[in-house]
Design a protein around this ligand. Structure first.
Ligand SMILES: O=P(O)(O)O[C@H]1O[C@H](CO)[C@@H](O)[C@H]1O
Ligand SMILES: O=c1cc[nH]c(=O)[nH]1
Length: 235
């Protein structure tokens, strides 16, 4: 039996799955970083692949954009495909002057303007946190190998094209490292189902200076983040 959104066999996914928003980034990761990668699903062109990295099974699957889309895939991957470690590898916008294009961010926590976590969490404000074991693995691997990463709070926005002109300044005041659209939902889905989740981001836009990466670079230009993530998880 498959799910409404993932047409893969029951044993098709490894227990660790990377989750880029972009399905073509998933294809790029599988083709360039995995050994013996096989495509396992393609409903709605949301591609998923399984292969190995350093001899260990690993999967990658696109999630689409936004908490609702990401939550569907995360839920089905955990509940139906027994994925236990869900690691988003995404892009984000920076709001602080010291955070620059191509910087890598580990989302220790994720604030949000989405109402999704309140729906899940009885109307209360859920503190959406990365799994500490996954977070420490990547943070300590980066430290040991002299790779700079920033660790802290990000903001998962419902709107890519926001309507609140003051939001960027508010986020900067609170030291938010990056603005993206999924982490807060991914963290609560994982927590609700007893799985582990982490979000690793590369800065693709700067919301103060208006610098931005091309769409091609968002698809194929995140090698440093992908290598850091895979090496940390499988070392
Ligand atoms: O590059 P991905 O992983 O899709 O992440 C970011 O990019 C998309 C918006 O362009 C949103 O999904 C946001 O979270
Ligand atoms: O959600 C996102 C993703 C990338 N860049 C942004 O500015 N926002």
């Amino acid at each position: 039996m498959t799910t409404p959104h993932i047409n893969a066999e029951a044993s098709a996914f490894a227990s660790t799955c990377l989750l880029p928003g972009d399905p073509l980034r998933a294809q790029f990761i599988a083709e360039n970083f995995f050994t013996d990668a096989k495509q396992v699903c393609d409903v709605r062109n949301m591609f998923g692949y399984t292969g190995t990295y350093k001899g260990q099974a690993v999967s990658v699957m696109g999630t689409g954009m936004g908490i609702p889309s990401c939550s569907i895939y995360a839920t089905e991957l955990i509940q139906h495909y027994q994925v236990q470690r869900l690691v988003r590898v995404g892009s984000c916008g920076a709001v602080l002057p010291e955070v620059q294009l191509r910087d890598i961010i580990l989302a220790q926590g994720a604030s949000t303007d989405s109402a999704v976590n309140r729906q899940r969490f009885g109307g209360y404000d859920y503190a959406a946190l990365a799994d500490f074991e996954l977070l420490s693995k990547v943070a300590s691997y980066a430290q040991q190998h002299g790779q700079k990463v920033r660790v802290g709070n990000v903001f998962s926005a419902d709107l890519f094209y926001g309507v609140n002109d003051n939001l960027t300044d508010l986020l900067a005041r609170y030291g938010i490292l990056g603005v993206e659209m999924e982490a807060a939902g991914l963290y609560s889905v994982a927590a609700a189902h007893g799985a582990q989740a982490l979000t690793v981001l590369t800065v693709s836009d700067h919301l103060q200076t208006h610098q931005q990466m091309s769409s091609q670079e968002r698809q194929t230009g995140f090698a440093d983040m992908v290598e850091l993530t895979l090496n940390s998880l499988f070392s």
